[in-house]
Design a protein around this ligand. Structure first.
Ligand code: KIV
Length: 271
């Protein structure tokens, strides 16, 4: 329960109860105060302050350039807006891969300076030591397997991962390792639906999918993609709930016309 309101907060335990009772978990990304308010008012369960901010907020081609300071800025803006949702913050590339000590100090900075409720990091066995060390400080950790965008230069493309048996087996093993280490949930990105469903059955913690089919415990999308703000991204897994690029474009064009014609402001819009 928040000290500031009577709204019952979503916690990592709430998510586990949701998995146990079969209630699906809703998660969307958010990067700023205004979007955080709307997402929370809508009743979203989890807001992910994703390192996709590097793409959709800063215009970078990949998620690699975003810094720890920038993630903390985005996360603290979202945290100030939220009364109910669980806020999970991505650890950016370079802030945890070096060693587990560095991983812990980056995670502590995120929790202390942003007020976020949990962190997410990419990878399986190669980050297990860091996951365990972060957990010893009482910081909840969400894993991320499958297509892990921070490794894009290793993969070479954003195509579906784990289609072959060997990679699929490794992914299942990694999910079990993350569960054993103490992660409270795992994101599975862009893998075959059958494999994702198998993972969701093989572990007891919630599995949240993006491009991973409907046999998992919850879904996540990048908010700019599902709102159609980013009109250049239309993968098969994306359902667009609005076409905000067109709607905003129209509003901006009408405003420009009104200013140029002298129609705005009118008598009621001045002092
Ligand atoms: O950064 C992000 O938006 C993510 C989601 C795609 C899961 O990690």
């Amino acid at each position: 329960m928040s000290v500031h309101s009577n709204v019952k907060r979503v916690t990592t335990h709430t998510l586990q109860e949701m998995k146990n009772s079969g209630e699906k978990i809703s998660m969307l990304t958010g990067y700023d105060f205004s979007m955080g308010r709307i997402l929370d008012a809508a009743g979203i369960d989890v807001i992910l302050v994703g390192d996709s901010a590097s793409n959709v907020m800063a215009g970078h081609e990949t998620t690699l350039p975003i810094t720890l300071d920038q993630m903390i800025y985005h996360a603290s803006s979202v945290v100030r807006a939220v009364q109910r949702a669980l806020v999970v913050v991505d650890m950016p590339f370079g802030s945890y891969q070096g060693n587990s000590r560095e991983a812990l100090s980056s995670a502590i900075r995120i929790m202390k300076e942003s007020g976020g409720h949990a962190i997410k990091l990419e990878g399986g066995r190669e980050v297990i030591e860091s996951v365990s060390r972060i957990l010893t400080a009482g910081i909840p950790v969400m894993g991320h397997l499958g297509l892990t965008p921070q490794s894009i230069y290793k993969f070479g493309t954003y195509v579906v991962r784990a289609k072959e048996d060997e990679e699929a087996q490794r992914l299942i093993e990694d999910a079990k390792l993350l569960e054993e280490a103490g992660c409270f949930a795992i994101v599975l990105e862009k893998i075959p639906a059958d494999l994702a469903a198998e993972v969701a059955k093989a572990v007891t913690i919630p599995i949240i999918g993006i491009g991973a089919g409907n046999g998992v415990d919850g879904q996540v999308l990048v908010v700019h993609d599902m709102l159609g703000i980013n009109n250049e991204f239309s993968p098969r897994f994306l359902r667009k709930y609005s076409n905000l690029f067109e709607e905003m474009l129209g509003s901006f064009q009408r405003y420009i016309e009104d200013v140029k014609s002298g129609d705005f402001p009118n008598e009621n819009e001045q002092y």
